[in-house]
Design a protein around this ligand. Structure first.
Ligand code: ATP
Length: 270
């Protein structure tokens, strides 16, 4: 379900990505429209993380065009508009910082590196901590938190930047229902501000009512692009031909536990 709008938050036009000469994404066409929450589903290794890493500028594409808000990614500089929550990683536990410090680092793009924090910065940080339910733990060291709480810190960090586009890579993997509900709440509130959300997800759970559209990846191709799939539909339907494109019905979703990706504190360094 692509839109012709070239200024949409995310537009991929015939995008291919190869890693070490091996094709990982193949001729992907995709548009994420403004204000939509889109879930990216698909089996283990189908290319979901590769796609979001391309969209967030972490991984160069080898062919095609990636546009963010109408600008080819090579020329895109307004990174403060983009928030990214990487796959959960134990690496964050080793960061010697408090919860508030990590969340505040999400404001750097908004205020500039050496500018003093403003009232708006402090409010955004407190609000983000509140939304993920960690206001009471703001002065804790990151390593004192559980894995699910650390994931919420990363989400708060992205929320503090008040992004127009938030990209999350499996934020609910291994996260209990309480944390999943907190995340759904946070995303719902972000969505109300008009933000666009692209979410790689295995567990849809409490986020289901927020979802506008689902995309299913298979072998580096888009196998389905259409109305939201329920967890059940996504796991019981099958596209025998990987090359088949959107609008033909849902695809089988046989996700296995994810491959961890490195924790990237600053994706803007590239
Ligand atoms: N840095 C890398 N070097 C080599 N191969 C890679 C690299 N990153 C990803 N791949 C390969 O690309 C393919 C797609 O991986 P990707 O992580 O994008 O899939 P995914 O759909 O996100 O999977 P998962 O659900 O397990 O996270 C896999 O076969 C993976 O092994």
């Amino acid at each position: 379900m692509t839109s012709p709008d070239p200024t949409a938050p995310v537009v991929l036009d015939q995008v291919s990505v190869s890693i070490g000469g091996r094709p990982i994404l193949r001729d992907v066409d995709l548009t994420v429209r403004s204000g939509d929450m889109v879930t990216l589903l698909g089996p283990n290794g189908s290319g979901k993380s590769t796609l979001v890493r391309s969209v967030t500028g972490l991984l160069p594409h080898t062919r095609g065009t990636v546009r963010l808000f109408g600008t080819p990614i090579e020329d895109f500089t307004d990174w403060r508009r983009i928030g990214f929550v990487p796959q959960r990683s134990s690496a964050i536990g080793g960061v010697p910082a408090t919860v508030r410090e990590v969340v505040s680092s999400g404001r750097v793009g908004r205020r500039g590196l050496f500018r003093p924090t403003s009232g708006a910065d402090r409010r955004a940080v407190e609000n983000a901590l509140d939304v993920v339910g960690l206001a009471g733990r703001a002065s804790y060291g990151i390593s004192q938190l559980s894995g699910g709480q650390q994931q919420r810190v990363l989400i708060a960090r992205a929320l503090a930047g008040e992004p127009d586009l938030l990209v999350l890579d499996e934020p609910t993997a291994g996260v209990d229902l309480v944390n999943q509900r907190a995340l759904a709440d946070a995303l719902g509130r972000l969505k109300e501000t008009g933000a666009t959300i692209l979410l790689v997800a295995h567990e849809i759970g409490p986020m289901a009512p927020l979802i506008d559209r689902s995309i299913v990846m298979r072998d580096g191709l888009v196998a389905y692009d259409g109305p939201p799939l329920t967890q059940e539909l996504a796991s019981h339907t099958h596209h025998p031909h990987g090359h088949d494109h959107a609008h033909e019905g849902p695809s089988r979703h046989d996700h296995a536990p994810h491959v961890a990706s490195p924790f990237d504190l600053d994706r803007r360094e590239r």
